[in-house]
Design a binder for this molecule. Sequence first.
Ligand code: ADP
Ligand code: MG
Length: 362
Amino acid sequence: MSRTRRRSKVYKLGIRLALYTSVLSAGVSYLLMWLVFEMNTDQVLTIALSLLLGIFITTYIVSFALQFRRIQVLEQVSKNISKKRFEEIEDLRTLYDDELDYIIKHLIKSSRTVEREIQRLNRIENYRKEFIGDISHELKTPIFAIQGFIETLLNGALEDEEVNRAFLQKAMRNVNRLIYLTKDLMEISKLETGELKSEIEDIYLFDIVKETVESLNYKAEKEKIQLTIYPFDRNTQIRADKNQLKQVLINLIENGIKYNVQGGKVEVLLKETEKNPQKLTLSVSDTGMGIDEADLPRVTERFFRVDKSRSRERGGTGLGLAIVKHIIEAHGEQLKIKSEPNKGSIFSITLTRVNLPEQLDA
Ligand SMILES: Nc1ncnc2c1ncn2[C@@H]1O[C@H](COP(=O)(O)OP(=O)(O)O)[C@@H](O)[C@H]1O
Ligand SMILES: [Mg+2]
């Protein structure tokens, strides 16, 4: 029932238009014939009625031809928007290029914007749900560990000086893990939602690499790893976000140290790209445990670790490479990983030079 009522609206405009036009025209003609030409009443009435009918039908047909199909389209488009059925909204072929066409085109365009916005919000919502699930899972382990240590202390172990210290140290390690995790979580959520933008500027690559390597030397020494930079031109300038590039290097070098063997090596190396002189490749290689081919595609996923307990024991959050990948992609660059189990891995990123090297230097 409601269907017929709604449909009838599409005819109403035409009927009204035909009615107004025909009544007005017939009325004016009637007056003209009667007052000016002084025709007799019967004749006037017949002509006026014929005019009324003729104009009514003609106007209705014209209005139908001009508007009916397009009003239907309008109706359909707005219905589809309210039902979020965007795929059914197709582009209208322009026939008249008048106001009505303009409105329809505008409506279709707006519907596309609404569709994109809904998709974007859905993506963020799904990401948020998944993210909260992952976070609560990751938070549980250190929180329960801290709870366990404190409970044991409260249940009597507090009297024993040695146990006391050991347990507090263990609790502290877990607190530190929570701190790293929170820091990485904030970073990755900003990167994944696009909130954190890269501030690209011209930077001297060697200075950044040197600074980063120096800040990690103490970690390498502690693990008895030899950390070196293969020397390269100090004047090489690239375009990147300085802090983000540092973050990438820290994450890659820390992994190289963490997943290495005693007495192993980590080296940072810069290479030119043969095919494209504008591009450089910066790689961090190690002589560590390597990654199985099957695990390689997954190592940049959030919270993926090949060996969970080793990662945890070394203060890993499982977010380091996901952060690297996001930063590199935001720069329009690429991350490549080569690895051989028990031999080592090479993590390479491409970088874009500011200027081409001077021909004379070559
Ligand atoms: N240089 C490497 N050598 C071997 N395995 C690595 C290396 N870098 C990363 N991985 C593996 O990839 C996983 C994910 O790395 P990452 O995202 O940095 O997380 P985390 O180091 O916090 O565990 C690590 O847990 C480890 O299993
Ligand atoms: Mg890591």
